[in-house]
Design a protein around this ligand. Sequence first.
Ligand SMILES: [Fe+2]
Length: 168
Amino acid sequence: MALFSMKLDNLKALFVNELRDLYDAENQITKALPKLIDKSQNPQLKAGLKEHLEVTHGQIRRLDRIFQMLNEKATGETCKGMKGLIAEGDEMVSHSGDASVIDAGIISAAQRVEHYEMAGYGTVRTYAELLGHREMANLLQQTLDEEKQADETLSQIAKTINVEAKAA
Ligand SMILES: [Fe+2]
């Protein structure tokens, strides 16, 4: 939701608006991931989340480059969707219980975040292509590929953890 009123009278304006939303979402993720890393017990899950934190820093740098190319500021939007997803993840790790079950819950929360981001990046990548911003489209595609990869990795890890959770 915009902190200031923004006129959405062309696709470029919507593109910038959605990029700012993603920029805020990524920054929220960098603040939320350390807690999930800390609370996760499975070493593979911990390592996967740590790696994604590093990847996320790179994604923020990519967005910074895009804002520079557009000569637009990166801030001004709050991603309420990501706030909600992170709040659900926080709630998940606030419970006491079996480590595998909680790890399975962390994966569930993290995959929701990845899918939300994949939807956002697919959209802005397509807008960039339509607007003729080929380099920006490439940068956004790289991030989209990373989010897909993170989702795949989580699915792989879940194969073990969900079975452990079932045995709890
Ligand atoms: Fe991301």
